[in-house]
Design a protein around this ligand. Structure first.
Ligand code: PEP
Ligand code: MG
Length: 545
């Protein structure tokens, strides 16, 4: 966790940057939630008494969680809390605790020593691969530890801006959010259970908070989970402007939510396909499939991160199956591993690449490891027997890459046939996110194209995606970027090959008119952007007052 002490923040350091995990704006005072002290300072009595102590604490934890389930209306909360109840019943968790008690430890010592969860919660916030299970186990562990040690959790004042490294789902649900407030985490992840709960409850939330100073208890703060920043000690004019934006935000979200259930249709009645982008299976929890036309992008990297070695075919198949089943007949586009760049994959990405964004990324990395790639293609082909599946290649630069993948797919199909293993048909598409692919689009033998505006902007304008101070230069409406998009869309219209856009530009209502004018009729956006995108589409073609 970065240092969050210090007295007066210098003006330039008043602004902390973070990644938006749940949109919204909140003004309040900072409340620092420090990690819970888990030192087991309770002396052991007899093993029998310690086992009883543990049993009582676990029963109390169960009752706490059941109470939370009873009082939270959102189905996603109940589902997450249910997972915690199951963790408490997990025999593999309790066995070692009992063994440590039998060896002379107190219940608290045994619990803290054996319920091991990796506390290094510093997965980058824009690479949301922190496992939700770890965060849930950590939450359960801390609750039982608290009960064993007789400690009470800190109660933040109403409407506070909570700042912590990370918090567990039950801690989040215990806090009274009815008077506003928000959450800013120096760790955390957009796809964590807490982030899902924050979105469901409309609590503004940032993760990966970094870069400022002066973060002390009681500091007046503006949590801007639209632009991704936490501003401390803002001057009066900045506070007033923020208040105005907060009012506009709540009006807007109230209105746009009405568009969520219906199809995306312009004011002139033209239908636009709008799918969602998914960075992991937990992103779907609490989402209604009928609110979208399908999944336009599954970032399969979540399966490859943090594991130390690539996931086996069964693990991949099960993850793909879950998404296909969720989509209930709607098409799902799985992007093959987009490793490298800002997402190095242990064991696959070369060490010390001089410039990873121009190195072994996307389909290049997969083709460099054909044995690993083949496993992913096999799992995808098998999953395609369960519903409409499309396979999409990231970072394609040269037509040879597509040809090489077609060859590999043919080999995998032959192998599956030989072993009488069922598989389905897949369309093979490419991401258009390197200017070379857009410029030579006619040469790419793909079944569909999906414009990756995030990378297309970075590579066209030579502006790194991660450089926050260069953000103003990364203009989606730069003529060069629009020119490339126009070229790809025109080629699609001419040949009948479908063209969509799955980068963040598609989720930003400021650019939708323009994209529509260029002929684009297919978008895939972050689930949080779905309602506002449909609302913006409904305005396209509406006569101006
Ligand atoms: C893109 O580059 O626009 C894209 C959708 O891919 P990612 O953000 O995962 O690189
Ligand atoms: Mg990309």
């Amino acid at each position: 966790m970065p240092k969050i002490g210090g007295r007066a923040a210098r003006a330039a350091e008043r602004h902390w940057r973070g990644v938006v995990a749940s949109e919204g704006l909140a003004a309040g005072t900072v409340f620092l939630l420090t990690p819970q002290e888990r030192t087991a300072d309770v002396a052991a009595t007899t093993p029998h008494k310690e086992r009883r102590r543990l049993k009582r604490a676990m029963e109390a934890a169960r009752r706490d969680i059941a109470r939370l389930i009873a009082k939270t209306p959102e189905p996603e909360s109940a589902h997450i809390l249910d997972i915690q109840l199951r963790i408490l019943e997990d025999k593999t968790l309790i066995g070692p605790v009992h063994a440590a008690i039998a060896a002379g430890a107190s219940a608290a010592q045994a619990w803290n020593a054996t319920v091991a969860v990796d506390d290094a919660v510093d997965a980058p916030a824009d690479a949301p691969y922190l496992t939700a299970r770890d965060s849930d186990t950590r939450d359960v562990r801390d609750r039982v530890a608290r009960l064993l040690l007789g400690r009470r959790p800190a109660v933040p004042p109403l409407g506070a801006i909570l700042v912590a490294e990370d918090i567990g789902p039950t801690r989040f649900l215990e806090i009274d959010w009815s008077h506003g407030g928000g959450l800013a985490l120096t760790g955390g992840s957009r796809s964590s259970h807490v982030a899902m709960l924050a979105r469901a409850k409309g609590v503004p939330m940032l993760v990966g908070l970094a870069g400022g100073a002066g973060l002390v208890d009681g500091a007046p703060a503006l949590l801007d989970a639209e632009r991704g920043e936490l501003v401390l000690d803002a001057p009066a004019a900045e506070r007033a402007a923020f208040e105005r934006r907060a009012i506009a935000f709540s009006e807007r979200t109230g209105q746009v939510a009405l568009y969520l259930p219906g199809p995306a249709v312009t004011a002139e009645g033209e239908r636009v396909w709008v799918g969602i982008n998914v960075a992991g299976p937990t992103d779907l929890d609490g989402l209604e499939p009928s609110h979208c036309d399908g999944v336009g992008l599954v970032r399969t990297e979540f399966l490859f991160q943090g594991a130390g070695r690539p996931p086996n075919e069964r693990r991949q198949f099960e993850a793909y199956e879950r998404i296909i089943q969720w989509a209930a007949g709607r098409p799902v586009t799985f992007r093959t591993l987009d490793g490298g760049g800002d997402k190095p994959i242990a064991g696959l990405s070369p060490e010390n690449e001089p410039d990873p964004f121009l190195g072994w990324r996307g389909v290049r990395l997969s083709l460099r490891h054909p044995a690993v790639f083949r496993v992913q293609l096999r799992a995808l082909l098998r999953a395609a027997a369960l519903g409409p599946v499309r396979v999409m290649l990231p970072m394609v630069t040269s037509p040879d890459e597509v040809a090489a993948v077609r060859d590999l797919l043919d080999k995998v199909r032959r192998d599956l046939k030989t072993h009488r293993i069922g598989f389905g048909k897949v369309a093979l598409g490419i991401m258009v996110e390197v200017p070379a692919a857009a410029l030579a689009i006619e040469d790419f033998d793909a079944d569909f194209y999906s414009i990756g505006s995030n990378d297309l902007i970075q590579y066209t304008l030579a502006v790194s995606r991660g450089a926050r101070d260069l953000e103003a230069l990364a203009r989606p409406d730069h003529p060069a970027v629009l020119g490339l998009i126009e070229r790809v869309v025109a080629h699609g219209l001419k040949t009948g090959c479908e063209v969509g856009l799955c980068g963040d530009m598609g989720g930003d209502p400021r650019y939708l008119d323009r994209l529509f004018d260029l002929g684009l009729r297919s978008l895939s956006v972050a689930p949080a952007a779905l309602a506002r995108v449909k609302a913006a589409i409904a305005r396209i073609g509406r006569p101006q007052p």
